[in-house]
Design a protein around this ligand. Sequence first.
Ligand code: PMV
Length: 320
Amino acid sequence: MATSSAPGKIILFGEHAVVYGRPALAVPVMQVHADVEITDSPRAGIWINAPDIDLHAELNSLPSGHPIASVIKKFFLRPAPSPPTPLPLGEGRRGEGIEINISSTIPVASGLGSGAAVSVALICALSSFLSHPLSDEQVNQFAYEIEKLHHGTPSGIDNTVITYAKPVYFIKRQPIEILKVGEPFTIVIGDTGVHALTKESVSDVRKLWEADKAKWEKVFDEVGEIAKKAREKIESDAWEKLGELMNQNHALLQNMTVSSPELDKLVSAARQAGALGAKMSGGGRGGNMIALVEPEIAEAVSRSLKDAGAKNTIITTVSP
Ligand code: PMV
């Protein structure tokens, strides 16, 4: 048997602009996770059970391009994929087939990285089950390939923060930088309960950019500057200053048309309840927002978010 688990994630600063090469900051969210368990089975075939998405199927019955099937096929069916080299099904194994059980407490299409967390947990569980060790870099690269099936043109931030499970300062196609978090700080995450596809908001931002590149490059520059300042504040124990930066980043995301009435309502509710700042997080149009809070008012902000319609809240501390 092999098991593996991967956390959720939340983007603190820089979503969307990160697709255009600007820096972004993201942190793991340990309160939610994807879990994978793989066992030998007397039943022939590779059986996948993922009750959260109502998936109970044999591998070969899944369409090509299915993200979960694609991960498994890379291990079992391709001749010599890079990163992993496959171990043929049956080699050195006891049962006729295998059962792969996938569960997740990460809400789907909500900006918490559910797809990337399942990919990372599945890759790690398969690598352990097949005694085929992979470096973090290989897991990350592999999960990025699968992210492309979910998103089309992902920056790679989700798979990176989830693979390393550490706060990251991320720039597309550059080596990963782990954030040196100074004093811990607390954020409240509020879920609008609205499911929205990142692929669509990313594609809409691309249309805006294509229609007026000069204008949007400036906006992305502003977002990038905010992300750089946020890094300085986080690394120099000045986390209270992140609140204003969150407010500025939210306004720029509103300009990009990726916020929504539900997100704006939760952002306002958090600010009114005493948060130091708040913004939407991730692809937008739905999903989650975040608020920076003094730890002692986290519960009160969480209650205000629920009163304003949040379907769920998570209080999380970002620490070194
Ligand atoms: O919706 P999420 O949390 O997966 O966020 C995606 C972040 C974007 O910047 C919008 C897209 C990307 O690939 O970085």
